[in-house]
Write a protein that binds this ligand. Structure first.
Ligand SMILES: [Zn+2]
Length: 263
């Protein structure tokens, strides 16, 4: 089983069992277990969708406490391909705008991505102790934000793709990925991922971009759950334009250098 649903203190979240043996904490939070009301019921983590600021703050606080994080890093996402690299403590506690990919090697720093149908993609370099969390909608796929992030990990941390694990969150599945204007919106290289007229398999596109960047196939985990098909568990922009955003988060439990010292 690639993904498992857990209910803990009213929070319903998913984990990838294959990542559980690593010194990191990760979760794909469902929309349940938070404070927001109405279309944002209830664990909405976005300040930019019309929800009450106080509710969003309480939701984020609950997630931070659940993870046991010292810091929660997120950005206002813009469907671009800019990567935020967090290497130093002074970079924490700031308001970031315009980053759709987050990377760090700092322990106890949780990287949070906000989703409603787009893919959240975790990366974990098991050798150097580096994590990434990516927001990837179709524009991110076109810009290959996956490849850009992996290149950043190689450049900034000396990561080797053969050490990287990847996990793709619940997101818009091929069942619901209709692109009527695909000839204008999607490059020709994506057209072979059309599974029936106007419907595309963006999960497969991401897997091919991950492999194109050098990640071995057996280290790629796919949740395989469509967010638009499960409105009771996930916010879906395709289903309801006025809706919240659910969260994915990943955090290193300890730094690799400290691990090395213990040996
Ligand atoms: Zn679906």
């Amino acid at each position: 089983m690639t993904i498992r649903l857990i209910n803990e203190n009213g929070l319903y979240y998913f984990v990838f069992p294959n990542l559980m043996s690593f010194p990191l904490k990760h979760a794909i939070f469902s929309r349940l277990g938070g404070y927001s009301k109405g279309p944002y019921y209830s664990l909405n983590v976005s300040y930019n969708v019309g929800d009450r600021i106080g509710c969003v703050e309480k939701n984020l606080k609950k997630i931070k406490a659940f993870l046991g994080a010292d810091s929660l890093v997120f950005s206002k996402q813009v469907h671009g391909s800019k990567v935020l690299v967090i290497k130093e403590k002074w970079q924490l506690g700031r308001d970031y705008i315009g980053f759709d990919s987050l990377v760090t090697n700092l322990p106890k720093v949780a990287l949070l991505i906000k989703l409603a149908d787009c893919q959240g993609i975790f990366l974990y370099d098991s050798c150097n102790g580096v994590i990434a969390n990516i927001h990837c909608g179709w524009r991110g796929s076109v810009a290959n934000i996956i490849g850009v992030t992996i290149k950043t990990m190689i450049r900034e941390f000396g990561s080797s793709p053969s050490d990287i694990w990847a996990a793709i969150s619940p997101s818009l599945g091929p069942c619901c990925s209709e692109f009527k204007n695909y000839k204008k919106e999607l490059p020709k290289s994506f057209w072979s991922y059309q599974i029936r007229p106007n419907y595309f398999d963006f999960w497969k596109i991401s897997i091919s971009q991950l492999m194109g960047a050098g990640i071995p196939y057996h280290q790629i985990l796919l949740a395989g759950i469509c967010s638009a098909c499960l409105p009771s568990l996930f916010f879906s922009y395709r289903r309801n334009k006025r809706t919240g955003r659910f969260a994915t988060a990943i955090m290193l439990e300890r730094s690799e250098s400290r691990l090395a010292n213990r040996k």
